[in-house]
Write a protein that binds this ligand. Sequence first.
Ligand SMILES: Cc1cc2nc3c(=O)[nH]c(=O)nc-3n(C[C@H](O)[C@H](O)[C@H](O)COP(=O)(O)O)c2cc1C
Length: 370
Amino acid sequence: MPNDPVNIYEYEAIAKDRIEKGHYDFIAGAATDEITLRRTREVLDSIVMKPRMMVDVSHRDLGTTVLGEKISFPVLLDPAGNHGAAHPDAEIATVKAAGKAGTVMALSSHSARTLEDVAEAATGPIWFQQYFFKDPELTLGMASRAEEAGYTALCLTLDAKISPKRERNMRNNYVGPVSPNYAQLDLGNHHWQFAADAPAGAMDIRDQAATWKDLEWLAGRTKLPLIVKGIMTGEDGRLAAESGAKGMIVSNHGTRYLDTTFTTIEVLPEVVDQVNGKAEIYLDGGIRRGSDVFKALALGARSVLIGRPLFWGLAVDGEDGVSAVLEMLRSELDATMGICGCPTIDDINFDTLGGISPLQQAFDLRDRRR
Ligand SMILES: Cc1cc2nc3c(=O)[nH]c(=O)nc-3n(C[C@H](O)[C@H](O)[C@H](O)COP(=O)(O)O)c2cc1C
């Protein structure tokens, strides 16, 4: 249909009109001046790919694995709180779309539906995201609920233990709802209102003292493989792998915690280098095009994840909207692979990118010939 959105940006434009302003700003916004939020797109857009001719690309296979789990293409669903802000079916719609697309959904512990209800509706692999809490029993309790419900990996978010400053939320006086995941737990004296990343509330129970030793401790106490989220330096990548992480997400939390950091794609090569194959590496942040997925894979990511676009898909058309967003990325990636002469995921490597400007390359070539 002529008015149907043809890319993820157009999904966001429609979603903006449908989502209540406080929720929209919470989803779209980021820390302080949102400089890195904008720069994320600029950096991704500035990376160039090199089309290759006369390669047999008549059969293209986008399939790969994450932690041994088969997925139909290397795009996973990031953990992001309260899908109910975008659609009444919330994470039930999202998890169904993930299953249909043949990929993994990581559920946020701040989901609008219980982790058990979401697991029940899942038709594909699911991971559960949580934090290190001050109370170790809460950390283990969440992990064992996830394990019992059928989640196949535990994603520990490391970059969200200090309250961020998000000025859109301050202006809107935004307070998010309490997730039923927490309501069902015996929280002892943790009875306060969840303020969804506002200065108080949800942050209070997160353990600001957590160190790599705690990751080792948790790895020894759960059967689920651990994935850490929030890695932004090569050294932290190496330490995570040494402390028991089987996977890690190179992520700056969609720039929602700290502004003026590197963008994730900029630090990816350093992390890949220092982890040296000891854990799987995924990347999120600003992925809006199939070509972005291609670029992340070329620089060493095994898969990417998407956050905000899930809300845009949900707001436009619930489960079908999330499916449409995922299929858009799939078809763009498929075409990019074909044009770059990469029939399979394994064919995507560093050489498929042109890192420096062609003019610089021409000067280098001239200098070499001299
Ligand atoms: C509304 C919203 C809620 C989020 N909630 C969580 C969360 O509960 N846990 C978490 O680890 N990350 C959370 N994130 C961060 C995402 O997992 C992800 O790192 C980020 O959104 C990726 O960037 P993108 O939105 O540009 O794709 C949230 C992001 C958004 C936009």
